[in-house]
Design a binder for this molecule. Sequence first.
Ligand SMILES: NC(=O)c1ccc[n+]([C@@H]2O[C@H](COP(=O)([O-])OP(=O)(O)OC[C@H]3O[C@@H](n4cnc5c(N)ncnc54)[C@H](O)[C@@H]3O)[C@@H](O)[C@H]2O)c1
Length: 271
Amino acid sequence: MNPASSTPETPAGGNPDPAVHSLRGRVAIITGASRGIGRAIALAYARAGAAVVGNHAPDQAVPQDLLDLIHAEGGRAVAVQADISQPATHAALVEAALTHFGRVDILVNNAAVKGKMPLLEVTEALWDEVQHVNLKGPYFLAQRVAREMIRAGTRGRIINVTSNHEAKALRGSSVYSISKSGLGMLTKVLALELAPHGITVNSLVPGSYATHMNREAMLDPERRAAAGRSIPLGRLGEPEDLVAAAIFLAGPHADYVTGTSLRVDGGLGLV
Ligand SMILES: NC(=O)c1ccc[n+]([C@@H]2O[C@H](COP(=O)([O-])OP(=O)(O)OC[C@H]3O[C@@H](n4cnc5c(N)ncnc54)[C@H](O)[C@@H]3O)[C@@H](O)[C@H]2O)c1
């Protein structure tokens, strides 16, 4: 272990915190935390002891119920509005972490849009929107957060929420698949470039989850049931299915894990 490590709760040269799910003393920035998977990770991180900066998009209200729940349980959280596709907005997220909690240990690049459209109908505007939210935003936010982690000597964690379409083509969803494939490559390149600083970078890979992103299928009971049947474990994922893996990748037991993709998909990636 790097003696310069300033990661709290992990004794230098010693064993990691014995509490598998402890993020005590850590500070996490989570994008797209107003609903779905991002919200579940924000709540789980706060319950595990982390202070949370939860980002919400300009078209989303402040996730007050989430803040209230975290505060009622004795946790720490603030919400920051920012359009993640615009790198100029990213400073506000890092500043919020430093101002309110004094450091940044964890970044979860979760925010994304789907933009499903057959290739022959894709417009330049759709391409730009999806690539800017799903890839350009995470790229420059990771760059900004990594700079801060290196400045502070923090052995931080960056987690990119990708998709099975990181590696697998999805018919009718070329723009999304390309953005997630790029994000998966960002994980690998960043893992290499940031390893000398003790910063780990991993992809967290949902399969098919019952969230707003899949709202059309969720509203149709037949499509929902069929989607469940197509998954080896026989059901769609719920945001809570992903949180243990998100805590693992952010926590002390993942000190030696970098550049990997952790699928939490009920086996969907196998079929
Ligand atoms: N739901 C699935 O089946 C599934 C499958 C694979 C991967 N994923 C990934 O999981 C992550 C979370 O998705 P979800 O299922 O919770 O969907 P969701 O639509 O409920 O959540 C997406 C979040 O991103 C936010 N967001 C969108 N554009 C933004 C912007 N410009 N700036 C800031 N925030 C913005 C939304 O407001 C929302 O909070 C995404 O990266 C998605 O690609 C989801």
